[in-house]
Design a binder for this molecule. Structure first.
Ligand code: GLN
Length: 300
């Protein structure tokens, strides 16, 4: 696919440029000079380039899938506990959560994702397991799983996450024991998947909520709403810049992956570990910018 080649070329100057997520020691050990990208189209075809089959830590990309699972289970009740406005603040900000009395701005910053995971854990008894099963069935790979070393590394160094979880609990916005929520959250972030697997796993977001076996996870209306929240909140305090340059609903993670949805067309997933200032892959942003510029896979 010509647009993938152009995307890789456009990203090349940024590959390896930026910082790794040093606050999670295991992620700081990843080779930053890697780059991969995969496009899965709604008809099931996949095009890939570079390191598209290398598994990486999905980190916050997991938050889209946990949100989808919670909405699938009980509709839109989660919005009673989490707002859906861009935060304009770093993804791990404590100040905003305290100022807003324990109600996270959106489900994609860490505070909001903790509430979603808390709810998923209440609903299923095993939030990580529910997420892993969805990822396995949608990617078609039964060996998709959690990298226990990354989870352990995040738990050992995750003081801000613990602080956020305790702050949420102090405002009565967690149902499960705090330590359980933190450990489920670290586990979901430590899921290890490739660009190809993630693009396939996200296809229901481009297909009105319909899964690979033709059953439905979300209604078309719910899918539209999840994509809308990705567009406004999926890349944290650079969501405006991301929308300006790429113009797609997307979710990034500090492992260097970005998942972007082109409704009714397909899903793009790009990975390159070095991060720009707000915690999204610098080369990934450049690649998606070029991809939507040189292809008709756009919404605008
Ligand atoms: N696990 C990471 C954290 O909690 C996820 C952050 C991210 O990918 N933006 O800090």
């Amino acid at each position: 696919m010509e647009a993938l080649v152009r995307a890789q070329e456009a990203a090349a100057p940024d590959v390896g440029r930026g910082r790794l997520a040093e606050y999670i020691p295991s992620l700081a050990a990843v080779d930053p000079r890697q780059f991969g990208m995969a496009i899965a189209s709604c008809d099931g075809q996949v095009h890939a380039i570079g390191d598209a089959d290398v598994r990486f830590s999905v980190q916050s990309i997991s938050k889209v899938f946990t949100l989808a699972l919670v909405i699938a289970a009980e509709g839109e009740l989660i919005w009673e506990r989490v707002s859906r406005e861009p935060s304009g603040n770093p993804f791990n900000s404590l100040l905003q959560l305290d100022q807003e009395a324990g109600r996270p701005r959106n489900p994609f910053i860490n505070a909001g994702a903790l509430v979603v995971t808390d709810r998923l854990h209440s609903l299923t008894g095993d939030a990580c397991g529910a997420l892993r099963d969805l990822m396995r069935s949608e990617s078609g790979r039964t060996d998709v799983g959690i990298d226990r070393e990354v989870a352990r590394s995040e738990l050992a160094a995750g003081h801000r996450t613990s602080a956020l979880a305790h702050l949420l609990a102090s405002y009565g916005n967690l149902e499960c024991p705090v330590e359980q929520v933190i450990s489920q959250y670290a586990g979901q972030c430590a899921l290890s998947m490739s660009c190809r697997e993630l693009a396939l796993a996200g296809l229901f977001l481009a297909s009105d909520g319909v899964l690979s076996d033709s059953t439905r996870l979300l209604t078309a209306r719910q899918t539209k709403r999840v994509n809308a929240v990705m567009l406004t909140c999926g890349t944290y305090d650079s969501a405006g810049e991301f929308a300006y340059r790429v113009g797609l609903p997307a979710k990034s993670g500090v492992g260097g992956g970005i998942l972007a949805v082109i409704p009714d067309r397909g899903v793009a997933c790009v990975w390159s570990p070095a991060l720009g200032s707000s915690g999204s892959s610098a080369a990934g942003l450049a690649a998606l910018d070029a991809f939507t510029t040189y292809s008709d896979w756009t919404v605008f």
